[in-house]
Design a protein around this ligand. Structure first.
Ligand SMILES: *Cc1c(COP(=O)(O)O)cnc(C)c1O
Length: 508
């Protein structure tokens, strides 16, 4: 570790400046910067001086012995290293890295929203309750699923809320014996994990050669252990799916499932491709979660809390978690278990991530119905543009058109020894955050690319040029360098296996 922080400037405009080199920085720890003889800017105590008031009885509280400016700079520098959509192009498939409009932030910081307390009497927070009520209505309208609960704290939490709602509905109907949940082999890991957490047994449906579900394979899974499917509680399907493709037979599959008495849980993480175009309630969905941080531009990941509201059919609405907001006369009210005894219960403290509700509604209102539709059209257009420009350079496993993300593999490059991992590292070397790699797991060496809809053609072209450059290097036999990338970063290629198997978690 060097004594001085080595800062590689990498934040540059993706269009007007050349891509920066190196995606990582170097910063020594505060412990390494500190001086042991005196704290902060204080000078050491001169020897042999007696204070007239006696020595102050201060114990050592173990703070870093650095000055305030040193500490501030240290943290401010590091705060700029967390790569984000505000730094540059972020093609991480499956994650929908959206631009967060500043207007949303401004709204969420209004004192009337930011400074209220969940234990305030409801009569004093009518504006906040009205906002939640309106968000519920927007989500119901966009999905055609009228039962909305805003409380889940993330997509995965929404899955849990949704599946517990299904379980509650089966129990109330005397169908608690149904123990199986179907899910495609391409599904996001949270789907089977959620089903298991709810006490269900997971049965995987194999994906067809075209990356989609087939009615035949679905039927085989549905009737595998019971001729009428009466042991199946439901299925969890993402649409568009994790390969970025629309499930074309979804209506037929949903009808078969309903006939067998099961419920259709739709993982709504990919709703960004459908908003304003397709209402999931129209293709047979009974419950769906919505990642506000993926589809409605609330902050993502470590920065802000997630929010994963669920929307359900009218049939399932009585069972969704409390609290939900209702309008009684001119006032708004949070419903409790007393109001809705059939509810599956409460899953989250208070009313959920209210700040995210403000941001999501601000996004919806500022875009309007036509604007939201345009968002999904642009998301799909950008992904198809990348797919069509890279299809001669990289292997495209499933024929397009794709939805809001496109899937490539390293099949062509691998013949020359260059893998998806090498390509991801080469992107780091060129100042790009890599796409999602080795997911979905249905094929080897997958690269899932999701450009954001707000990305300009120029910045997408630049990314395409870099990707085409890699393919050309491989064709020319210039492959050795790929195994060494990244070169311009303080940390070079890691031993990934060792890093995962024996991580060093303690600073020595
Ligand atoms: C992101 C994602 C999830 C999980 O959502 P979180 O908000 O990260 O918990 C579930 N399914 C799919 C398909 C996803 O892309």
């Amino acid at each position: 570790m060097s004594a001085n922080p080595k800062i590689v400037p990498m934040i540059s405009d993706p269009v007007s400046s050349p891509p920066p080199r190196g995606l990582m920085y170097e910063e020594s720890l505060l412990w390494e910067k500190e001086r042991s003889d005196h704290p902060g800017v204080d000078l050491p105590q001169p020897a042999g001086v007696k204070l007239r008031t006696g020595q102050p009885a201060r114990g050592d509280i173990g703070l870093h012995q650095v000055s305030e400016p040193q500490a501030v700079r240290h943290f401010v520098r590091m705060s700029t290293w967390n790569y984000s959509i505000d730094h540059g192009f972020f093609p991480l498939g499956s994650c929908t890295m959206k631009h967060n409009p500043r207007l949303n932030e401004k709204m969420a910081r209004l004192p009337g929203f930011a400074h209220i307390h969940p234990k305030q009497p409801q009569s004093t927070v009518q504006g906040a309750l009205k906002l939640m009520y309106e968000l519920q209505n927007w989500l119901a309208e966009l999905t055609n699923l009228p039962g909305v609960c805003l409380t889940p704290a993330a997509g995965a939490h929404g899955e849990l809320a949704g599946l517990m709602t299904i379980r509650r509905a089966h129990e109330m109907k005397g169908q608690g014996h149904r123990k199986i949940v179907l899910t495609p082999d391409s599904s996001h890991g949270t789907n089977p994990a959620t089903a298991v957490m709810c006490g269900y047994e997971v049965r995987s449906i194999p994906t067809k050669e075209n990356g989609r579900l087939s009615v035949e394979k679905f039927k085989e899974a549905l009737y595998a252990t019971s001729p009428d499917g009466s042991d199946v509680a439901g299925m969890m399907v993402t649409n568009p799916n994790t390969c970025g493709l629309f499930e074309m037979h979804i209506q037929e599959i949903a009808d078969l499932l309903h006939k067998a008495g099961g419920y259709f849980y739709c993982d709504g993480a990919n709703f960004n491709a459908l908003v304003g175009k397709v209402r999931p309630g129209d293709f047979g969905v009974d419950v769906m979660h919505i990642n506000l941080h993926k589809t409605f531009s609330t902050p993502h990941g470590g920065g802000g809390p997630g929010s994963g509201p669920i929307c359900t059919s009218a049939e399932l609405a009585p069972y969704i978690p409390v609290p939900t907001v209702v309008k009684e006369g001119d006032s708004y009210k949070l419903q409790t278990e007393e109001d809705r005894p059939e509810t599956m219960g409460q899953l989250k403290g208070f009313q959920g991530q209210f700040g995210m509700h403000v941001r999501a509604l601000a996004y919806m209102l500022s875009h309007g119905a036509d604007g939201l539709k345009q968002v999904s059209e642009d998301a799909v257009l950008n992904a198809n543009y990348i797919l069509s420009r890279l299809k001669d350079d990289y292997h495209v496993p499933y024929e397009g058109p794709c939805m809001h993300e496109c899937l490539l593999t390293d099949k062509t490059q691998k013949e020359s020894g260059v893998t998806t991992l090498d390509i991801a590292k080469a992107l780091c070397e060129n100042g790009y955050h890599p796409m999602t790699v080795y997911f979905p797991l249905v094929l080897p060496g997958t690269m899932l690319i999701e450009p954001t809809e707000t990305e300009s053609k120029e910045s997408i072209d630049k990314f395409i040029t870099v990707m085409k450059g890699f393919a050309e290097d491989v064709r020319q036999g210039d492959t050795e360098k790929f195994h060494d990338y990244p070169l311009n970063t303080p940390r070079r290629r890691l031993d990934e296996v060792k890093a995962a198997r024996s991580p060093v978690l303690r600073w020595k």
